[in-house]
Design a protein around this ligand. Structure first.
Ligand SMILES: Cc1cc2nc3c(=O)[nH]c(=O)nc-3n(C[C@H](O)[C@H](O)[C@H](O)COP(=O)(O)OP(=O)(O)OC[C@H]3O[C@@H](n4cnc5c(N)ncnc54)[C@H](O)[C@@H]3O)c2cc1C
Length: 382
């Protein structure tokens, strides 16, 4: 059975000092009108803001200086991400590259990939998408049908990815493809590739979401050529790589702060004299938030020590995304406001947009059922 522990981690003084700096930076940006704090922080694409984050050393923080990084700790990075999200900063452009793709390249990329791509990511000038899901392969990633065939000097990829967030604005994506026929071990024979979206042979088509926004895409590869030095790790090891990548994707503050702005605004709407029901709910949410944060910081501590806390990350994501989904559900019953999508409608709009976005929180990055299956296996229950 997996030893399932969340050791308490105290943030070091350097991380707390950084918190003050990030808060001051965000406040100055808001005061200058550079952005309006958004409820959609890590899905808001703003390349200018990303470039400023790059200049201040807030991207690629853990990477070595040689690749444009800043040799800082996972806990210092944690503080920056949590302040950005709590402040509603538009970090969406660089989010995926900073959270997971760059980390994968650092670990498994070729020398050329590291030299040419990582410094651009760290400068806030190069953005990534995630090319995992396919029309018939979401939860069951091992069912991917996108194929890569061996050709001279590299691989030709053909197939279709779907729900590829931000691919229309990104420079690259990391695609998971099958590189050899299915064997008895269905996790064998897959490989991750770095795909340059500006090259010929790949097309990106929009899929509009529930409220008419364009976040998702369908990405179609037609004999798209990827050179050998844009393969991640050894060909055939894609399953190990992709599951490791998901640990970075699942445990951060982005998995419980998506509706933080609504929580804060709801508390403000209820005012200083809540009735008993409101006081109970506010107390419960704040207590859950504090606990989730400690669990998530604890996972950051494990990543810092070089561990691969895959099951712990799955637990944080499951409990964290349930928390962020519950916030709109609860406050829509407590505060008599008709939710709307009308721009400029203040709290009613914040509530309306959050209600429409919330179902995706427990789906993106792995559904609750899948996470619970992993947790149960980790606990030795299945
Ligand atoms: C906002 C958002 C952004 C996304 N961005 C990206 C992206 O950038 N890149 C990307 O690759 N993907 C992205 N996705 C896709 C996401 O990862 C998939 O939607 C998700 O993995 C589920 O896959 P599916 O949609 O194929 O559903 P399915 O796998 O068909 O699942 C349907 C339902 O069946 C349940 N289910 C499936 N298998 C099991 C099982 N074994 N046991 C119990 N229940 C099961 C699921 O929990 C779910 O409720 C995004 C999704 C959302 C909502």
């Amino acid at each position: 059975m997996h030893e399932f522990r969340f050791e308490p981690v105290r943030l070091p003084a350097a991380a707390e000092a950084l918190r003050g700096e990030v808060r001051a930076f965000i406040a100055a940006e808001v005061a200058q009108g550079a952005f309006t704090p958004s409820r959609n922080s890590w899905s808001s694409f703003d390349p200018d803001f990303s470039r400023k984050c790059g200049e201040r050393g807030y991207i690629g923080m853990r990477w070595p200086k040689q690749y444009g990084g800043h040799d800082r700790s996972a806990l210092e990075r944690y503080v920056v991400t949590e302040e950005m999200l709590a402040g509603g900063a538009p970090v969406g452009a660089h989010w995926i590259a900073d959270r997971q793709s760059g980390q994968q390249i650092l670990r498994y990329g070729s020398d050329r990939a590291k030299r040419t791509i990582l410094p651009k990511i760290a400068a806030g000038a190069c953005f990534f998408s995630i090319g995992m899901s396919e029309p018939d392969s979401g939860s069951d990633l091992a069912a991917v049908r996108t194929r890569a065939a061996r050709v001279e000097g590299g691989w030709n990829i053909s197939g279709t990815k779907v729900w590829t967030s931000g691919a229309h604005q990104a420079n690259y994506l990391i695609a998971l493809a099958r590189t050899s026929a299915k064997e008895e071990d269905r996790h064998a024979g897959m490989t991750q590739f770095i795909v340059d979206l500006s090259h010929p042979g790949v097309s990106v088509r929009p899929i509009y979401n529930l409220y008419g926004g364009h976040d998702f895409n369908e990405v179609v590869f037609d004999e798209f050529f990827v050179a050998d030095d844009m393969v991640m790790g050894e060909a055939g090891t894609g399953w190990k790589l992709v599951t490791g990548e998901l640990a970075f994707e699942r445990s951060g503050p982005d998995r419980f702060l998506s509706t933080y702005q609504l929580l804060v605004e709801s508390i403000r709407m209820i005012g200083p004299d809540p009735d008993e029901r409101c006081a109970n709910e506010i107390g419960r949410f704040v207590a859950h938030l504090a606990t989730l944060r400690r669990m998530s910081v604890s996972v950051a501590g494990m990543l810092e020590r070089g561990a691969q806390p895959i099951v712990e990350a799955a637990l944080v994501k499951d409990v964290g995304t349930a928390f962020e989904r519950e916030i709109p559900e609860t406050f829509r019953h407590l505060i008599p406001t008709e939710p709307t999508l009308g721009e400029g409608a203040g709290y009613a709009e914040l509530l309306g947009m959050t209600i429409l976005r919330a179902p995706g929180f427990t789906i993106r990055g792995g559904t609750r059922e899948i996470l619970r299956g992993m947790i149960a296996r980790g606990l030795g229950l299945r």
